[in-house]
Design a protein around this ligand. Structure first.
Ligand code: G6Q
Length: 535
């Protein structure tokens, strides 16, 4: 039921920010640097191996003060306490949100049950299994050591582990090759399986619900591929599963001992820290996976204890609110200058857009302000040669996060220096712009950026970085009074496809939908027989 609560846009803190925006909107960031020699020191934060420089934003100390006043007025602190203490803050699904309990070693009670013993038990199960696969104690059905692991999952059961495996590749065992099957397109699976040997391939089916159509279809096809070569019984021995629905996994044929559970209180896109991280443990070893958890826990600690003005997640979140809600910036770019973070934009797209793509408040009232932004991006320097033109000279305001590591994993000639020179050059150019004689060559500048520098992209640093963005998303949803932890839009897609699938397989024309959808489906049925698509 919608409530009659007054909109947050009429609150004193919001109104104060609106008035302040009118005074600062035409200021120059570059001029603020000239007037404030300590601006970098004042507007940057250091935490362990992370440095956040937010000085190249269109803000003054008054802006920060007013943004923090809004955060306080919106009860960000109380909401944070609600999350960490296990309150059912995912109100539409009536669940607590406790991905933080997977990494900080704290006991939290969920419906009277302590989370910690369950978390520790699954970590031991992961350690035992990942050690066993890595040292050959756990082998394929023919006794040969596993050489390949296929992770089958989608969305939250895919993007996190794939990002982390890619980002931490310099720490990985080079003899164990990790593969990821997510999409339902048979061509992707065909390409993936073609070079692999069934006898030395381990398959990990990851699905919180163990009902997702793409994942279950891929899992059945891979089982057939294994069975054709090894026989049904042996094929089953090549499977493990990660799920919150253990009965479904055993029903599929995975040995109960090889099912790694997680729980309702871990949201899909927040599940990397649970057994969903098994591919990471397989690739880099459990000890290093635990370092990633420790990095995230360090960020949790910082988030819980730092005053808002010194809190990296709160600062990032409130800067996002500043541009989104007061300047109308509809998008936010994520620009990693580090190839190992190439998948970060896609990961953050899900984290942010699935969490913040909401249009009603907790009690169902329609919002009258913007919520989630479009998150997009690609690694530099490639992106400089594609969409940066629009960042520099386009008409839209696009705040961006530049992320880089100071020390590279591989030193080849001067590659890293050149990469970093570009990293530094771009944020300064976006801020300072450039005057020119021809209008076409004018760079207006005043384009806001954050720079995040990591000393080295270790498992610990990656954990910190990902938890930083998780908490940023949390704070923004606290400001908007929206539920960051449900995803009805994802579930709609799952329901719709389930309804249409049998209709594709019947011979009679479809009439149940709008004329466009009927027309498309009927064209497909009469012209596109997918079973004879080899030529
Ligand atoms: C994540 C979403 C969604 C989910 C996938 C896969 O927060 O809920 O992306 O992770 O739809 O769902 P399963 O893990 O249940 O297969």
């Amino acid at each position: 039921m919608a409530s009659e609560k007054p909109s947050i846009t009429r609150s004193p803190a919001w109104q104060a920010l609106l008035a302040h925006k009118a005074t600062i909107a035409n200021s120059s960031i570059a001029a603020m640097f000239a007037a404030q020699p300590q601006r970098f020191e004042t507007l940057s934060l250091r935490l362990d191996e992370l440095l956040l420089d937010y000085s190249k934003n269109l803000i003054s100390s008054e802006t920060i003060m007013l943004l923090m006043a809004l955060a306080r007025e919106r009860g960000v602190g109380e909401r944070m306490h609600g999350m960490f203490s296990g309150q059912k803050i995912n109100t539409t699904e009536n669940r607590p949100v406790l991905h933080t309990a997977l990494r900080d070693g704290r006991s939290v009670l969920v419906d009277g049950m302590d989370t910690l013993p369950q978390v520790v038990a699954v970590r031991e199960q992961m350690r035992n299994f990942s050690d066993g696969v890595r040292n050959g104690r756990i082998a394929g059905s023919g006794g040969g050591q596993y050489t390949d692991v296929i992770n089958i999952g989608i969305g939250g059961s895919h993007l996190g582990p794939m990002l982390a495996v890619h980002a931490l590749a310099p720490y990985a065992d080079p003899t164990l090759h990790m593969h990821f099957a997510s999409n339902i397109d048979g061509a992707a699976l065909y390409r993936l399986l073609a070079p692999l040997s069934p006898a030395t391939t381990l398959v990990n089916v990851v699905s919180k619900t163990f009902t997702t159509m793409e994942t279950m279809t891929n899992a059945r096809s891979v089982r057939r591929w294994l069975a054709n070569s090894l026989g049904e019984d042996n094929a089953a021995r090549h499977f493990v599963a990660v799920t919150a629905n253990v009965p479904k996994a055993t029903e599929f044929g995975v040995d109960a001992e090889r099912v790694f559970p997680f729980w309702d209180w871990v949201g899909g896109r927040y599940s990397l820290w649970s057994a969903v991280g098994l591919p990471v443990a397989l690739a880099i070893g459990m000890q290093r996976f635990e370092k990633m958890l420790a990095g995230a826990a360090a960020m949790d600690d910082h988030f819980r204890n730092a005053p808002f003005e010194k809190s990296m997640p709160v600062i990032l979140a409130m800067l996002g609110i500043w541009y989104n809600n007061f300047f109308g910036a509809a998008t936010h770019a994520i620009l990693p200058y580090d190839d190992t973070l190439a998948l970060l934009p896609a990961y953050l797209q899900q984290l942010d857009m699935e969490s913040s793509g909401k249009r009603v408040t907790h009690d169902g009232a329609a919002v009258d302000y913007d919520t989630g932004q479009v998150i997009w991006g690609a690694p530099g320097t490639d992106a400089q040669h594609s969409f940066f033109q629009l960042l520099h000279q386009g008409t839209r305001l696009i705040p961006a996060d530049f992320i880089a590591a100071c020390r590279p994993h591989h030193v080849i000639d001067r590659h890293h220096e050149i990469l970093m020179a570009n990293f530094f050059a771009q944020t300064t150019a976006l801020m300072n712009g450039d005057a020119a004689t021809s209008a076409h060559d004018v760079f207006p500048g005043n384009r806001p950026t954050n720079s995040i520098l990591v000393e080295k992209l270790t498992p610990h640093a990656l954990g910190m970085l990902l938890a930083l963005y998780e908490h940023k998303v949390f704070v923004q949803n606290a400001i908007w009074d929206t539920n960051a932890f449900d995803q009805p839009g994802v579930e709609l897609g799952k329901r719709l496809a389930t309804r249409i699938l049998p209709e594709l397989e019947r011979s009679d024309p479809v009439t149940a939908y709008d004329a466009s959808t009927n027309g498309l489906i009927n064209f497909y049925k009469s012209n596109c027989d997918s079973r004879s698509s080899n030529n």
